[in-house]
Design a protein around this ligand. Sequence first.
Ligand code: 2BA
Length: 152
Amino acid sequence: MFSLSANELMGLTIQDLMISGDKVAHVQIGNNLEHALLVLTKTGYTAIPVLDPTFTLHGLIGMNLIMDNIFGLERIEFEKLENMKVEEVMNTDIPRLYLHDTVEKGLDLVVNHPFVCVINENNIFEGIFTRRAILKKVKKQIQLANNGNDSE
Ligand code: 2BA
């Protein structure tokens, strides 16, 4: 058996574990669905943030939203990819985290969301908090606790 110190983890803030904005793939307001599909396909991510030129966060766009919007009753309406803008289909009802929020709050949100966007008090995008980042940290803590117990 091992004892895992929750204090170590809970003392961290979102800023300590987030992926910074410059490393996050995104699309911009005004981009069409064709461009969004290209970015999603090339990066391999299923959903990414939608920002404007000032880096203000507006929503998320994902493969499922794009596909859902181009399926017509009788055929796939490929022309919509060029004609529709990301802001017409993006999801704006998304959770957000602030840089100084606790990891506990982030953990709560990533139970139901693969990642959560991190913003500052002016709604400017700072990065994302992902399931992977928190799982990596928990794994490290478990290994440390295990090693500690081995040497006792
Ligand atoms: P998904 O794209 O559905 O990816 C699910 C998981 O698959 C990721 O979990 C990661 O472990 C792996 N994965 C997918 N694409 C990858 C890639 N190109 N390189 C490395 N690993 C990849 P998380 O890392 O926890 O990410 C959760 C979600 O956060 C992703 O969901 C994606 O929507 C978003 N995301 C993560 N990193 C991103 C980035 N740099 N830019 C934009 N979005 C990102």
